[in-house]
Write a protein that binds this ligand. Structure first.
Ligand code: FES
Length: 121
């Protein structure tokens, strides 16, 4: 792992995600309750980017199939429940999950030096 600068404090504001890369890895940096956080910008369902997902109460919703992840821990709190925002019935949710079970997204500890934010990635 290498320490990489991912943002400045001016880039990151509450209720949004800042899309960036660190060592070739796509990352979303956020600010939740005055804490800076980072997760991989790669949904563990199908590996699609989540940067356009809705952010609410420290949780991002994957824009493709509705999986939800905590922005600080990466913990999965909802798994595949819709298609581009349209809710799916239970049987269709299982089909859309394609046999994949609920999985957390990778998260990274963010350190701050002055106005610069770093992660180890
Ligand atoms: S790619 Fe994110 S929920 Fe399917």
């Amino acid at each position: 792992m290498t320490k990489s600068k991912v943002a400045t404090t001016a880039d990151v504001s509450s209720g949004k995600v800042f899309k960036t890369t660190a060592n070739g890895q796509k990352v979303l940096v956020s600010k939740v309750n005055d804490q800076y956080c980072a997760i991989a910008n790669k949904c563990p369902h199908l590996g699609l980017p989540m940067s356009k997902g809705k952010v609410e109460n420290g949780v991002i919703t994957c824009p493709f199939h509705g999986s939800k992840f905590e922005l600080c821990s990466g913990k999965n709190v909802e798994w595949v429940d819709s298609v581009v925002g349209i809710p799916l019935p239970d049987f269709a949710q299982k089909m859309m999950a394609m046999g994949k079970s609920a999985t957390d997204v990778a998260s990274f500890k963010v350190t701050q030096e002055g106005n610069d934010l770093f992660i180890d990635a």
